[in-house]
Write a protein that binds this ligand. Structure first.
Ligand code: HAM
Length: 423
């Protein structure tokens, strides 16, 4: 029979890799909660309209990367390509704006984009996403950026660079877009077909183009920071001042526009050299106006998402990971020992001790091999003879020392020894 393989661009996360996922998730939960962020879990599928309206009809994500299908009742549904839109949908739907002035939420989970798979780019990938609603003061921009940097540093990421920009607001950005279109008109023939189209549909997207000839043209294009209004300029100046006060290193990248249409004012990206071409580890920014555009009240928002797989790829190979460990292996030899061993293993597991045993009553040699393979801290050696003598041997697998435990209160003795070791 032909075997069925995983879908292109999708990946299994194998048991040897899940401990680092747990570890990074638990660092995120710990760091984010110290900034007052609370976890929200949202569905992986939404009505297509939500992403079209928020991310923008003429972005690459909406134009060509969404997994969209018609449900049996003809409704158009999409596997989420990002989390911000869904978090906002939930924020509005559960009336959060009316119960608190500022809401800080985070979520962790899979996202789906039908991009061309390559190193660091998948069709199912995971994001760690945080969103802050209800504050437009520059302190909140600095707070969110600090939290991102704090989180990334806590994971042990050896190097990163933070780039920031301001994308202006709904009054000054159209002026800039107009200037870009005017500039591109002179070089239309050198632009790729996509950019020639983007010029008329969404001129800022030309800044994201990876085609060499377009990059050369864009290098000399007008820069947004020369076009933003006084309020946006002041806001950006204050964000930078707060980042300086917090000793957060950054560079201003005036050509960074981000790939989603909803951003206003502050936009930022974290890059890491070790990622190569797909070097963006995290990205985010402010999106004042998006909550009301999705049917909610006039509430500001700012957030970011970290690419989980890309972050893991950047962590040093010697990152200390608390791996799964077997605390006790029960080597039971003979039918009586097997029965008693099985009951003991079940009791110990209920008491929170990771206990393993081989149910097939193999030779002692083969059971000891299995205990080694499972990296077991202790092995209990129990044959019918030992049970008869009511004395069971416990071997410390790292020191190789053996001690004899009385059969009568085996359960308690083992729990005491293992708990003592864990202290
Ligand atoms: P984004 O820049 O599209 O922003 O994605 C954030 C991060 O997700 C990227 O920096 C990258 O690490 C990771 N990522 C994106 N696409 C892929 C892929 N195909 N394979 C692997 N990793 C990928 C957003 O999604 C915004 N929602 C962020 C945000 C939150 N803005 C405000 N709040």
């Amino acid at each position: 029979m032909e075997k069925i393989t995983v879908i292109k661009g999708f990946k299994d996360i194998l048991p040897e890799d899940t401990p680092i996922w747990w570890q990074v998730e638990s660092i995120a939960r710990k760091v984010f909660s110290s900034y007052g962020f609370r976890e929200i879990r949202i569905p992986i599928m939404e009505k297509t309209e939500l992403f079209k309206r928020s991310i923008g009809e003429t972005t690459d994500i909406v134009e060509k990367e969404m997994y969209t299908f018609r449900d049996r009742d003809e409704e158009l549904l999409t596997l989420r390509p990002e989390a911000t839109a869904s978090v906002i949908r939930a924020y509005i739907e559960h009336n959060m704006p009316s119960s608190e002035q500022i809401t800080r939420l985070f979520t962790i989970g899979p996202m789906f984009r039908r991009e061309r798979p390559q190193k660091g780019r998948f069709r199912q990938f995971h994001q760690i996403d945080a969103e802050l609603f209800g504050a437009d003061e520059p302190q909140s921009d600095a707070e969110v950026i600090l939290m991102l940097v704090h989180f990334l540093e806590s994971t042990g990421l050896p190097e990163m660079s933070l780039e920031i920009n301001s994308l202006g607001c709904k009054s000054c950005r159209p002026v800039f877009s107009g200037a870009v279109v005017d500039y591109l008109r002179g070089s239309e023939e050198y632009l790729c077909a996509d950019c020639r189209r983007r010029m008329h549909t969404n001129p800022l997207r030309v800044f994201d183009c990876k085609v060499e000839s377009c990059i050369t043209i864009i290098e000399k294009a007008p820069q947004i920071l020369d076009y933003i209004c006084l309020e946006c300029k002041n806001h950006f100046a204050q964000v930078k001042a707060y980042l300086n006060a917090l000793n957060i290193k950054y560079v201003v990248n005036p050509t960074m526009v981000r790939g989603l249409d909803y951003y206003t004012r502050t936009a930022f990206e974290v890059k890491s050299g070790s990622l190569g071409a797909q070097n963006s580890l995290a990205g985010g920014g402010r999106y004042d106006g998006l909550v009301s555009f999705l049917g909610g009240p006039e509430v500001s928002g700012i957030g970011f998402a970290v690419g989980f797989e890309r972050l893991l790829a950047c962590l040093p190979a010697d990152t200390e990971i608390s791996r799964y460990k077997t605390e006790l292996f029960i080597a039971a030899l003979g039918s009586r020992a097997q029965k008693i061993g099985f009951k003991l293993a079940c009791e110990l597991r209920r008491a929170g001790i990771s206990a393993a045993m081989d149910y097939s009553d193999k030779s002692l040699k083969s059971q000891m091999k299995r205990a080694d393979k499972l990296n077991s801290a202790y092995t209990l050696i129990m044959g019918d003879k030992e049970i008869e003598n009511r004395q069971i041997e416990l071997r410390n697998m790292s020191t190789k020392n053996q001690q004899v435990l009385p059969f009568g209160n085996l359960h308690e003795s083992i729990i005491d020894i293992i708990k003592e070791r864990g202290k």
